[in-house]
Design a protein around this ligand. Structure first.
Ligand SMILES: Cc1cc2nc3c(=O)[nH]c(=O)nc-3n(C[C@H](O)[C@H](O)[C@H](O)COP(=O)(O)OP(=O)(O)OC[C@H]3O[C@@H](n4cnc5c(N)ncnc54)[C@H](O)[C@@H]3O)c2cc1C
Length: 345
């Protein structure tokens, strides 16, 4: 369950920027983000083209191994880290510390294998959630826990953390992972599963790259459907909200459960399930560019008792991507500018 609160502007400049943001948005942000968007697509295309080679996985891993062996030979004077620059990660943090470390290039960006019999998917660590849904959903498959921001990577979700509105049933991102392949600090490649190198398998999640470089992950797959039937229920009172949220999470009939608080006492609980048969006139493609941000759409449910919509699966999965949850509602001026670039891109 998440909370969003109103922000009070500090000073006249912030007030004007927030209250009359359309001037800033139309005449500055839109043109700038149009160019930014083009550059980002070009950047993604170049990064992908330069690194994509699913049948070359072994060679790519050998390249990672060689870099680690070179580091050993160089006398291990500096600690190692991934060479992934800050602008490629979802976090706003600038990883300045990487400048003084020994950087290892782990640019592995491919979906390697879809095993329909075992219901397992094998992917490299830089595969993003957006890449996964655009590949798997048209094939009628998905993964049980699919964190919603498009650019989150498998590596970041395993080594950092990942959670989603299905986690009450399926656990965290690591709980749907079946195996990890890593290059360790002695240059060896190991695979670990529940039964093979068990301790390593249990230690990899949340280790932030401290145990080795992740080079492949096997993840459980489940059949997908075209829509999510989503029920919105406005709730008054914090205690009632918690009670209803717990009830919804304990109900095995709810595949998706999410709650957003809009004030101390007002919130909306959303429960959903996959379906292929939407009711007439109830489909809402919330991902379209002209649609309101998802949390704004949900806020509009506050005055109503309950409502039901059918949301195309990919739109549901990435419902918070455009507005980065409610960060665009303005935290401070620099976040606002940064986030607005995201929104209009
Ligand atoms: C704006 C924002 C929105 C978010 N939204 C969600 C959300 O909707 N759902 C959710 O569950 N979480 C969300 N998070 C949290 C997010 O999942 C974690 O911060 C995640 O770790 C970020 O993933 P990333 O792909 O950007 O990885 P990074 O930040 O690049 O990496 C995370 C960690 O993993 C390590 N790592 C990455 N790849 C490798 C590798 N191949 N080998 C070794 N180590 C590696 C990195 O060194 C780093 O320590 C959000 C975070 C932000 C900032």
């Amino acid at each position: 369950m998440a909370t969003t609160m109103a922000y009070k502007p500090k000073g006249i400049f912030e007030y004007i920027l927030i209250k009359y943001r359309w001037i800033f948005v139309c005449f500055f942000l839109l043109p700038v983000s149009f160019v930014y968007d083009g550059l980002m697509h070009l950047r993604n295309w170049i990064v992908f083209r330069l690194n994509s080679a699913p049948d070359q996985h072994t060679t790519k891993v050998e390249r990672v191994q060689k870099q680690v062996l070179d580091w050993i030979e160089s006398g291990r004077t500096r600690r190692m880290c991934t060479a992934r620059p800050g602008w490629q990660t979802v976090s706003f943090r600038r990883p300045a510390y990487k400048g003084s470390l020994h950087q290892i290039d782990v640019n592995l960006v491919d979906i390697l294998e879809i095993d329909y019999e075992r219901k397992v998917l094998r992917v490299e660590p830089m595969v993003t959630m957006g890449q996964l849904t655009s590949t798997l959903n048209p094939l009628g498959w998905t993964i049980p826990v699919l964190p919603e921001i498009d650019d989150l990577t498998i590596g970041g979700l395993v080594m950092g953390t990942g959670i989603e509105s299905t986690s009450h049933k399926h656990g965290l991102f690591q709980h749907i992972c079946v195996s990890y392949e890593l290059v360790l600090c002695d240059g060896s490649v190991v695979k670990c599963t529940k039964d093979e190198n068990h301790e390593l398998f249990e230690s990899v999640p949340w280790s932030y790259g401290t145990l080795g470089f992740l080079t492949a992950v096997e993840i459980m797959m489940v059949p997908a459907k075209k829509y999510v039937r989503l029920k919105y229920e406005a709730v008054n009172g914090c205690a009632t909200m918690v009670e209803e949220f717990e009830k919804a999470s304990a109900d095995p009939g709810n595949e998706f459960v999410e709650g957003i608080m809009f004030s101390e006492n007002q919130g909306v609980i959303m429960t959903g399930n996959l379906t292929d048969t939407p009711e007439h006139n109830k489909v809402n493609s919330i991902g379209n560019w002209y649609k309101p941000w998802f949390f704004v759409h949900v806020r509009n449910m506050l005055g109503r008792e309950s409502a039901i919509e059918y949301i195309p699966l990919r739109d549901y999965y990435h419902r918070h991507t455009r507005s980065i949850f409610w960060e665009l509602q303005v935290c401070n001026v620099s976040d606002f500018i940064h986030s607005s670039l995201f929104f209009y891109s």
